[in-house]
Design a protein around this ligand. Structure first.
Ligand code: NAD
Length: 467
């Protein structure tokens, strides 16, 4: 079994304890991960603080050049990363390759960015200049559904901006982050990037740490609220990307046969464990039966298996707790709706649930109101598009959403009325490293990616010179 170590102060170190990492496709121990204790957390933060002055003083182009080397090193080992990602997370190998490829793209994009002084005014009496200064130590806290992508979306801008980091992956998917730590160790100065692993017990200590200047967190809305509470002591900067319950609105001019596989993909990618996934599908009365049948057929035909096996289209749920939670949603679906396809767990080892399509379920069912984060998806009927939009917006979440239509102008008018941070028309997960996005309502605070995402890792400073 391969050995994994924490990265603290440029050294690979054992944890104070160990924790088993389970392969969700087999329920067997994949590897042991080092588990940090409070003293190691404090050491990681202290070392990041010590590394900050020299790192932040480097010219931005030098930091960018190191990011290019990091992207190259990650790309050179992409097969190894993708394999490990599938084994710890469960997603099919093709999706793991997509995640690693996108991760490399995020690093390469940030390597090109700059933070120049901007002259805002320059007249006879004064000159006003805007500067972006780095913040200090950043805590990057990551969930288990996209362990690499959601790590690097934080790490790349923080490093470019001149911040140093302590990263904490989710306890069920720490291995790719630890491997990434090994790669960073070869390239970055000691202490600039540190990795600790916990068993869901150090998050609060990290986010409330007096020497942490900013917390960037992706995870559930419930935990995000706790994080928000924990940063108040020192008024830390905060970015939150939280849960969602995104609606897919299918307009009545679509070709059901053509649109069904696309909507199905938007709902079932990563076994539904995707923050921006389609979690409620609204279909017009006139096409409701046909689209439900078509989604049902796609669900029945899906190949659900170990992500490492060729041909697998859907892997297991990532961990036992999530598996149990989604089984609860299946119960709700059975009680309140009609299951078109799926509805059962696989009779084998692993946290497998067949893709499940549920119809004729009321709007107040748990499966419609809450974030299921699994491959169990309700299809809801509407007859008036205003009503569909109102129901889509009737949620405390506001992360993303999709609209599916032939008439693009009409689709745009619908998209413009959805209360969320992202809406895709006739496409899904088309995210670009140079385009910033954020979330509405209780799905988050702040922006990620693009120039605005980078700015969140800096302090804006205005310098005014009297002439
Ligand atoms: P989670 O909130 O349980 O855990 C996320 C991370 O927070 C983990 O690393 C965990 O160890 C840590 N944590 C736990 N308690 C903490 C505390 N008190 N203080 C600080 N950190 C703490 O989320 P999860 O179950 O790992 O992930 C699933 C959730 O993440 C879903 O709700 C999903 O929608 C959301 N998510 C959102 C996005 C997005 O970009 N908006 C992306 C992916 C996932």
């Amino acid at each position: 079994m391969r050995e994994f170590k924490l990265l603290i102060d440029g050294k690979l170190v054992s944890g104070a304890a160990r924790l088993d990492v389970i392969n969700p496709a087999t329920e067997e121990v994949l590897a042991e991960a080092p588990r940090a204790d409070r003293a190691q957390l404090d050491e990681a933060v202290a070392t990041a603080k010590t590394a900050f002055p020299a790192w932040s003083a480097k010219p931005v182009r030098e930091r960018g050049a190191l990011l290019v080397r990091l992207a190259d090193a990650l790309e050179a080992r992409k097969d190894e990363f993708a394999q490990l990602l599938t084994q710890e997370q469960g997603k099919p190998l093709s999706e793991a390759h997509w995640e690693i490829g996108f991760t490399v793209g995020i690093i390469r994009y940030h390597a090109t960015l700059d933070l120049p002084f901007e002259v805002l005014k320059d007249d006879a009496t004064r000159k006003i200049v805007r500067q972006h200064t780095p913040l200090g130590v950043v805590a990057a806290i990551v969930p288990w559904n996209f362990p690499m992508l959601l790590l690097v979306i934080k790490v790349a801008p923080a490093l470019l901006a001149g911040d140093t980091l302590v990263a904490k992956p989710a306890p069920t998917t720490p291995l790719t982050t630890l491997l990434f730590g090994e790669v960073c160790r070869e390239i970055l100065p000691a202490g600039v990037f540190n990795v600790i692993v916990d068993q869901n017990d150090l998050g609060d200590a990290l986010s409330s740490h007096v020497d942490v200047a900013k917390v960037t967190f992706t995870g559930s809305t419930a935990t995000g609220k706790k994080v928000m509470g924990s940063v108040t002591g020192t008024l830390k900067r905060l970015t939150l990307e939280l849960g969602g319950n995104d609606a897919a609105i299918v307009l009545d001019d679509v070709d059901p046969i053509e649109v069904a596989p696309k909507v199905f993909g938007a709902a079932m990618m990563n076994a539904g464990q995707i923050c921006l996934g389609a979690k409620r599908i609204y279909v017009h009365d006139s096409q409701y039966d046909q689209i439900c049948d078509e989604l049902g057929r796609l669900a029945r035909e899906s190949v659900v298996d170990d992500g490492l096996k060729q041909g697998t289209q859907m892997g297991p749920l990532q961990n036992k707790a999530q598996f149990e939670k989604v089984k609860g949603f299946l119960e709700d679906a059975r009680r309140n709706g009609k299951i078109v396809a799926g509805g059962e767990v696989l009779n084998r080892k692993g946290y497998f649930i067949r893709p499940t399509i549920v119809r004729d379920i009321p709007d107040d069912a748990r499966l419609v109101r809450e974030e299921q984060f699994g491959p169990v998806v309700p299809v809801l009927r509407y007859s008036d598009v205003d009503d569909a939009i109102a129901r889509a917006n009737d949620s405390e979440y506001g992360l993303g959403g999709t609209v599916w239509a032939k008439d693009l102008d009409r689709a745009f008018r619908v998209a413009a009325r959805i209360d969320s941070g992202i809406v895709w028309i006739n496409t899904f997960l088309d995210v670009s490293p140079d385009v910033s996005f954020g979330a509405a309502k209780q799905s988050g605070i702040g922006t990620q990616l693009g120039p605005e995402g980078l700015e969140e890792f800096t302090q804006i400073k205005i310098i005014t010179i009297a002439k």
